[in-house]
Design a protein around this ligand. Structure first.
Ligand SMILES: CC(C)(COP(=O)(O)OP(=O)(O)OC[C@H]1O[C@@H](n2cnc3c(N)ncnc32)[C@H](O)[C@@H]1OP(=O)(O)O)[C@@H](O)C(=O)NCCC(=O)NCCS
Length: 217
């Protein structure tokens, strides 16, 4: 796994998404000091903001597959797990490398695995033997303890804590400040509400909230 900060300012990065996740990705990419140029691709309908010093290309006006070939790496910066998966598939089909953004203050065990297309933000920890799948977001100060598994396209919000051997299924969303106890499994496409403490396994496609976390009706 290539980590941040060692190859300085040589690559061109395209951030696909200029919303909140896009600006957070920009901040992370700038901190890594490895990109000479960083631009955005977005849909104008969302009313995207101006980001001084960075071009924002409009999806409707571009041939996306051609545009992304002008960059060395692409990161898909969408908080939606579904959209991230869809756009990552387009990037992979075009044969352009996915970036993996790892903030220099994040601590990633050399014996952890972080797959391509992930964004690991400031102060996050991914401990020994943990596995983080393709296109995951590990947000500010989230802790993924030893031997955890986050399957592809999972969104782990700020300050989430996962105890050792906890597992999160594909495309699940883990809300801000929640805790998943050790050895607990959250299924695929499930949602853990902000601040929840998950003490029992969560089935696929289920939303849980509260302390202890219970199915939301
Ligand atoms: C769990 C969640 C997805 C539910 O959203 P929703 O379906 O729109 O739910 P509602 O706001 O309609 O609330 C429905 C009920 O669940 C309760 N509820 C919602 N979120 C809750 C939470 N995190 N903890 C406890 N109860 C919660 C509400 O109080 C409400 O209860 P009531 O029916 O007794 O009044 C959402 O509230 C949440 O926690 N999202 C996480 C946001 C987050 O982490 N953002 C960080 C981005 S970086």
């Amino acid at each position: 796994m290539e980590t941040s900060g060692f190859t300085k300012n040589t690559k061109r990065l395209l951030i696909w998404g200029a919303g909140d996740q896009g600006t957070v990705a920009l901040d992370c990419a700038l901190a890594m000091k490895r990109y000479s140029r960083i631009d955005f691709l977005d849909i104008k309908e969302k009313g995207h903001r101006q980001i001084p010093g960075h071009t924002i290309y409009e999806e409707a006006k571009e041939k996306v597959s051609e545009l992304i070939h002008g960059y060395d790496e692409v990161i898909v910066a969408s908080g939606s797990n579904y959209l991230r998966e869809k756009k990552i598939a387009q990037v992979l089909a075009a044969g352009v490398p996915l970036a993996t953004l790892i903030h220099p203050t994040a601590v990633i065990s050399p014996l952890a695995h972080v797959a391509n297309g992930c964004t690991i933000l400031a102060g996050a920890v991914v401990n020994i033997n943990a596995y983080v799948g393709i296109g995951c977001i590990v947000n500010t100060h989230a802790v993924i303890e030893h031997d955890c598994l986050a399957e592809d396209y999972v969104n782990i919000c700020p300050q989430v804590s996962m105890g050792g051997h906890a597992r999160i299924g594909r495309r699940s969303f883990i809300g801000i400040g929640s805790t998943i106890l050790d050895h607990i499994t959250v299924g695929r496409e499930s949602i853990v509400g902000a601040g929840a403490v998950v003490i029992r396994d969560v089935p696929d496609g289920t939303t849980v909230v509260g302390v202890p976390a219970k199915r939301k009706h």
